[in-house]
Design a protein around this ligand. Structure first.
Ligand code: ADP
Length: 160
């Protein structure tokens, strides 16, 4: 059974994340979305809210499961029996950071491989921060995130 973990902050999940996730789900038997419970980053959504939104957006993907985790990604992979970490690459600017993350994870546990999937060009500008910024200024985010996420983001930024 080939299990992969797609890890990130997903604050919130975007159509770019979803595209990588769907493509990973077609390559592996199971993909676990690992939502990083990162206290340093002050998120728009709590890890529980992010998990709920991803669950809503992925209910048609039968081999995808969503969990949140703390601590080292390689330890989380061990816990869930994953031999691969999925990361998405948008542009050269992602590359340097991703190479460092790969090197650190490989040093910690060389049995877990990192698999990089390239973003489709139409999603290469998309990030959670871009979505939040556009929503904050009243811009249209409907084609950037799944419908349930667009609704939650609009509600949240209007409250602030
Ligand atoms: P992190 O805080 O770990 O960077 P993110 O939630 O921002 O987490 O992203 C998780 C993963 O998804 C990373 O590998 C990131 O490069 C990738 N990713 C983010 N946005 C896109 C996109 N638009 N297209 C493809 N991959 C993306």
């Amino acid at each position: 059974m080939k299990i992969a973990v797609y890890a990130g902050s997903f604050d919130p999940i975007t159509n770019g994340h979803l595209d990588i996730l769907k493509r990973a789900a077609s390559l592996f038997d199971h993909v676990i979305v690992g939502v990083l419970n990162n206290n340093e980053k002050n998120g728009l959504f709590s890890p529980e809210e992010r998990v709920d939104m991803i669950n809503d957006a992925t209910h048609d993907l039968e081999n995808v499961r969503v969990m949140h985790f703390n601590g080292l990604l390689v330890d989380f992979c061990d816990k869930v029996g994953a031999k691969a970490i999925i990361r998405g690459l948008r542009a050269i600017s992602d590359y340097e950071y991703e190479v460092r993350m790969f090197a650190a994870n490989y040093h910690l546990n060389s049995k877990v491989e990192t698999v990089f999937l390239m973003s489709q060009p139409k999603y290469s500008f998309l990030s959670s921060s871009v979505v939040k910024e556009i929503a904050y200024y009243g811009g249209n985010i409907n084609d950037m995130v799944p419908p349930n996420v667009a609704e939650e983001v609009k509600k949240r930024v209007n409250k602030r």
